[in-house]
Every structure is written in C-alpha cells, then in structure tokens.
Design a protein around this ligand. Structure first.
Ligand code: 5GP
Length: 191
C-alpha cells in the first residue's frame, strides 16, 4: 500500500449477505487493513469475544457513549439492539494512514455519508434473493420470527444499492474480500 493513500471504506448490504464473513476474510488475509470494532447492546453469541467481535456494552453504557459524542454513527438494527462505531479509533487509524473499514448497517452508512462524505461506500449484494434466503436459513443463528423480521429489513436494504458508490456481488468470499481491499488504495495522482 506504500504507493497509494489510504481511505475509509464503509461496507453495508442486506442481512445475511455475508458482510461479517467478508470482513473476517479481510481481517485474516490483510492485517494491514484496520477494521472497526463496534459497540453493541446485544448479548454475545457463543464464541464471540469482547473487544474482538464487538464491545458488548449495557444500555446505560451505550447511552453514555451517545451522550459523550463518542460514536461516529449508531442505529437500532433489526428492531432488536443498538450498534455503533466508536469514533476515536477510526480517527486514529486514518491519521496513521491505515486503510480503514466499517462494516455497518444501512442506517449507519447513511449517517457516515453525511459526516464523512469522502469515504467510499460499498454495497455488498447477494447473487440472488433466493441465495440470500438460503444463507439466512443456513446459518441457523436466528429463530423463525427473527428470520422473518430480518428478511423484511433485507427487502428495504436491497433497494438502497443505488445510494452506494460501488457494488460487489458476494459470489465467493475470498474474491469479494480481494475486490474490497483493492478499493481501499487509490493510486496517488501526479500533480
Ligand atoms: P449481528 O448482530 O448479526 O452481529 O449484526 C447485525 C447487524 O448490525 C449487521 O447488519 C451489521 O452490519 C450491523 N452492525 C454491526 N456493527 C454496527 C455498527 O457499528 N453500526 C451500525 N449502524 N450497524 C452495525
């Protein structure tokens, strides 16, 4: 990345499209890319670690972060829990010249669009609606009611593609991750 300048990439897309899996692939294969760790009020799932997958915080702590203006953006996702991006670490990564990435929902992406319009907004799209449903059912982490709710949200989220700068179709995770990383470095223009 020495010959380019780093930029903030905001990755969003419908539920179950594989944003988390693509982000995990980037984390593993491209340690030079800094990925934000969000704060959330939802409880950890088995295997999730505080400070690695999320900062798992109480409602009171989340309120405090909002009050202190510590969050770059935040949203209630799937009508279930609050999620937000701590502002300080993003500023530090960008100040250090590291390519930085946020993996957040659509409401959050819209907020960042207002406050950081120079960021690159990337929409991760499933190969088809049927494939999206298959992935959501297949991962088996949601109840039937939760799945129905998430698919309702996904319909609205798919319609938001046109608000984004770039679309990546998630056919295969390693390919999508490589496409994403390629977008994080823009060649320095000779002036
Ligand atoms: P999950 O509970 O499955 O880990 O994530 C649910 C949703 O929350 C995903 O769509 C994910 O993109 C979104 N999300 C995760 N972190 C943040 C965040 O910091 N801000 C916003 N707005 N959404 C987030």
């Amino acid at each position: 990345m020495a010959d380019g300048r780093s930029r903030l990439v905001v990755l969003a897309g419908p539920t179950a499209v594989g944003k988390g899996t693509v982000a995990a692939e980037v984390r593993e294969r491209h340690p030079d890319v800094w990925i934000s760790v969000s704060a959330t009020t939802r409880p950890p799932r088995p295997g999730e670690e505080h400070g690695v997958h999320y900062w798992f915080v109480s409602d009171a702590e989340f309120d405090r972060m909002i009050e202190a203006d510590d969050l770059l953006e935040w949203a209630v996702v799937h009508k279930a829990a609050r999620y937000g991006t701590p502002r300080g670490p993003v500023d530090q990564a960008l100040a250090a010249g590291r390519p930085a990435m946020l993996e957040i929902d659509l409401q959050g992406a819209r907020q960042v669009r207002r406050t950081m319009p120079d960021a690159l907004f990337v929409f991760l799209k499933p190969p088809s609606w049927e494939e999206l449903v298959r992935r959501l059912v297949g991962r088996g982490t949601e109840t039937e009611a939760e799945r129905t709710r998430r698919l309702e949200t996904a319909k609205d989220e798919l319609a938001a593609e046109r608000e984004f700068d770039v679309t990546i179709v998630n056919h295969e995770v390693p390919v999508a991750a490589a496409e994403l990383v390629a977008l994080m470095t823009v060649p320095t223009r000779a002036s």
